[in-house]
Design a protein around this ligand. Structure first.
Ligand SMILES: Nc1nc2c(ncn2[C@@H]2O[C@H](COP(=O)(O)OP(=O)(O)OP(=O)(O)O)[C@@H](O)[C@H]2O)c(=O)[nH]1
Length: 324
């Protein structure tokens, strides 16, 4: 602290300034430091006597060209209007090389800096206030991390906008339990785009992604009941969960979906089995004796899907069909 006056009132004010829980620097019109409060001393590792009467920009050369310098020059110009300039931490994270007390090479304190011009008679000054906002920055980071992890764990597939595999797993488990409890029906469709490797090879991965989205939307549009679930099962494979739907009803649904996508006449690669984008679909239904658990139901639908592929693609095979 630099005593500027020995009278009691000034002494009293200076002592109070030394107790303030933020950095206070006062500069004269020549950018010379005339006040450096106690908060600054341990965090800058500079005693008041060492900086007295020195230019702020000599003490901290890195401030040259910074937002802080611009704010100081504006505050000390004869036309300064007395208004404060705040430099939020988001714009300039840590303009002053200040560290936690006792940490000589630790990370800098995150700072919010305010520069305020004032006059004493004809003399122009400016006060720089530096607040430690590290705690708020840390809290904000934690909130962002949390939001990010919620997003990552959410139930929507980022590419196609329909439910993701995570949601599918939860929904199938829930619907299977419900079917068991209610002695109801439940069908599962596993849906695979035919010759999709050839599609990617011919049109490129980006157009492949667009094709996946189109098929996903077409699938979602064909499922009308609120409890039906269309999901991306993985890669170029989709799934549909159809509660209260028998095997034969599911066969009809699957054929309608297959027809609809083939009818879109999306051009396929020359090396593909069909000239347009087509689907192979395997269907299986909950069955109290045989298919009453998730893995068994999925395996049955998958076997039917494989049979549809073997049978020439662009077709539906239902669990129990001779070819499945
Ligand atoms: N563009 C794109 N391609 C994907 C994505 N996920 C999986 N694929 C591609 O889908 C293709 C699937 O190929 P395969 O499993 O060999 O099957 P296929 O070519 O569709 O042949 P069949 O299923 O036998 O008709 C692979 O080339 C994967 O790279 C994705 O998110 N985007």
């Amino acid at each position: 602290m630099i005593p500027t006056d020995s009278d009691t009132a000034t002494d009293f004010s200076l002592r109070a300034l030394n107790l303030v829980n933020s950095g206070i620097i006062v500069l004269d019109a020549h950018h010379k430091i005339v006040l450096w409060n106690g908060w600054m001393v341990p965090r800058s590792a500079r005693a008041a006597a060492r900086v007295r009467e020195r230019s702020l920009f000599e003490v901290f050369p890195e401030l040259r060209g910074s937002r802080v310098e611009a704010a100081v020059l504006a505050a000390l110009s004869p036309s300064a209007d007395g208004a404060s300039t705040t430099i939020p931490q988001s714009e300039s994270r840590a303009p002053f090389p200040l560290r936690e007390t006792g940490s000589f090479d630790g990370p800098r304190i995150d700072q919010a800096v305010t520069v305020t011009p004032f006059r004493d008679g004809e003399q122009r000054y400016c006060m720089i206030e530096i607040r430690d906002v590290s705690g708020a920055v840390e809290r904000e980071k934690r909130l962002l991390d949390h939001a990010e992890s919620l997003r990552a764990r959410s139930y929507v597939d980022g590419l196609t906008g329909i439910a993701n595999r995570r949601y599918f797993d939860v929904a199938l488990d829930r619907e299977l339990r419900r079917a068991q409890r209610a002695k109801g029906e439940l069908s599962l469709l596993l849906i695979d785009i035919d010759s999709f490797k050839a599609y990617n090879d011919h049109f490129g991965h980006q157009q492949g992604d667009a094709c996946l989205s189109t098929v996903a939307q077409a699938l979602a549009a064909k499922l009308k009941r609120p409890a039906d679930v269309a999901a991306r099962y993985g890669g170029e494979e989709f799934a549909a969960i159809l509660p209260d739907t028998s095997l034969e009803q599911a066969r009809l649904h699957a054929n309608a979906i297959r027809d609809h996508v083939a009818g879109l006449a999306l051009p396929h690669a020359p090396a593909a089995h069909w000239p347009m984008v087509t689907l192979s679909i395997g269907v299986a239904s909950f069955d109290r004796e045989r298919l009453h658990e998730v893995p068994a139901l999925i395996e049955a639908a998958d076997k039917a899907l494989y049979a549809a592929k073997r049978g020439g693609r662009n077709r539906v095979v239902v669990d129990g069909d001779a070819s499945a």
